[in-house]
Design a binder for this molecule. Structure first.
Ligand code: LRH
Ligand code: MN
Length: 432
């Protein structure tokens, strides 16, 4: 494999020199401010340095909608170029060292080659994602009318086998989880029997669950609608929770922020799943209407903070079965995917650090007294604290960039990739 352009560590170090002075000033000012509340800023930098959020392999290509997809320059053409871009993101933000693959989009020809390439890039593999929402060439049975919940057991069998193949591949590349999202549902009243569909789904999932190795987890992802527009088999957190309970202790619920109706109180859903010991993890993104898959924190940053407020409360109280997997799941239709994923990973770390600023004694006291203004004020004090200098210091100490997007642009990485990766011609639509 010929040498491909990559951003050098000393290029990042040189670029950081340009803003180290201002950063030190901001850091010292914030340190003084936090010390008034007996908070040690160094503790927060350590938390930020160790925080990790996985990136989706399918997120480094330009996304699209059913209407169109407008590919950008230097699009990754396969799993290796996707990993190159994921490694570039991690090189600059140092909080995204795990990549979640989607099968068959990322099916490798040579697993050992994939493993060694990932190692050279300092990457590891997060949850595997199966795909029974598209038909592959030469596939025996179509998923047009569903997959794991399909009325026809031969279709279910095919979907079960695909999920088992994802597990087997995952075992070879060090993954420790399988995420199962199915688009199964209906577009017309009467088209499917709700009860039979869920029974079929559970029967199929039990077979897949039986192949989940020890030390692995199965993540069930619910979604209100799309691609089905009348009913969806796993449409909400309640059905998801029921299925995770039915399947067993290795099954957990995955919360994709965009998979809920507008204005749903997602932070309360998170609190419930934590309390029930079934919160498996997240697909972070943002949305205004449907499953818009917009950049995390770009529409409702306060909601993201409130979700992390629940997560940090659970962390500080050592609640049982609490080991959430954090992952981004976005579609970048009009931005450079690398810039969006860098910004979004920083927004996730920001929400986490801000949630650690919440004065929980003051909050509980206000809650006990029913003092809503004091309670909200306590949360807003944390949410309105600019922790950028903590996040930048953490990135720099991890060898990353103080200003990731600026350094990325100065590196001309995208222009270099456009040179290395000739554009693929042709009209395309859809998410990848
Ligand atoms: C479904 C979803 C799921 C992925 C897909 C790419 O909307 O969120 O997590 O498989 O996007
Ligand atoms: Mn998702």
């Amino acid at each position: 494999m010929s040498t491909k352009f990559e951003i050098a560590d000393d290029f990042i170090a040189d670029e950081n020199k340009k803003s180290e002075g201002f950063l030190a000033e901001d850091y010292e000012y914030l340190g003084k401010k936090l010390r008034r509340n007996l908070i040690e800023i160094e503790d927060l930098v350590e938390k930020a340095q160790s925080f990790q959020v996985a990136v989706p392999s399918w997120g480094v290509g330009t996304g699209g909608t059913r209407f169109a997809r407008f590919p950008g320059q230097g699009e990754p053409r396969g799993v290796y170029e996707k990993l190159e871009d994921c490694a570039t993101i991690n090189k600059l933000v140092r909080s995204t060292s795990a990549v979640s693959l989607h099968i068959p989009w990322d099916q490798p020809e040579n697993v050992d080659e994939l493993n060694s390439f990932a190692k050279t890039k300092g990457l590891k593999f997060d949850a595997m994602n199966s795909n029974t929402f598209q038909d592959q060439l030469g596939q025996a049975h179509s998923y047009k009318f569903g997959s794991l919940s399909h009325a026809d057991k031969d279709v279910r069998r095919q979907a079960i086998e695909h999920n088992i193949e994802c597990i087997e591949l995952g075992k070879k590349i060090g993954s420790r989880a399988l995420t199962v999202w199915v688009g199964d549902g209906s577009n017309f009243a009467g088209q499917t029997n709700f009860r039979h569909a869920l029974e079929n789904y559970l029967e199929s999932m039990r077979e897949i669950y039986a192949r989940i190795p020890d030390g692995w987890r199965m993540f069930i992802e619910h979604k209100m609608f799309e691609p089905a527009f009348y009913s969806t088999v796993i449409s909400d957190w309640g059905t998801n929770y029921y299925c995770a309970r039915e399947l067993g202790e290795k099954a957990f619920c995955l919360v994709d922020l965009g998979h809920h109706a507008p204005n749903v109180n997602i932070e309360q859903i998170v609190s419930r799943l934590i309390q029930f010991g079934k919160l498996g993890g997240f697909h972070f993104n943002d949305s205004k209407y449907g499953d818009d898959d917009l950049d995390t924190g770009s529409v409702k940053p306060f909601q993201l903070f409130l979700i992390f407020n629940e997560l940090v409360d659970a962390e500080l109280n050592n609640l049982p079965n609490f080991e959430p997997a954090y992952m981004l799941d976005q579609s970048h239709n009009v931005t450079d995917p690398i810039e969006s994923l860098m910004m979004s990973s920083c927004e996730v770390v920001r929400a986490y650090v801000q949630a650690h600023l919440v004065d929980r004694g003051k909050l509980e006291d206000a809650q006990r007294r029913g003092d809503a203004i004091a309670a909200l004020g306590t949360l807003k004090e944390a949410f309105t604290t600019d922790v950028s200098s903590i996040l930048a210091t953490a990135r720099a100490r991890n060898g990353g960039a103080i200003n990731p997007v600026e350094v990325y642009r100065a590196s001309r990485y995208r222009a270099e990739k456009a040179r290395e990766r000739p554009a693929q011609v042709g009209i395309s639509a859809g998410i990848i």
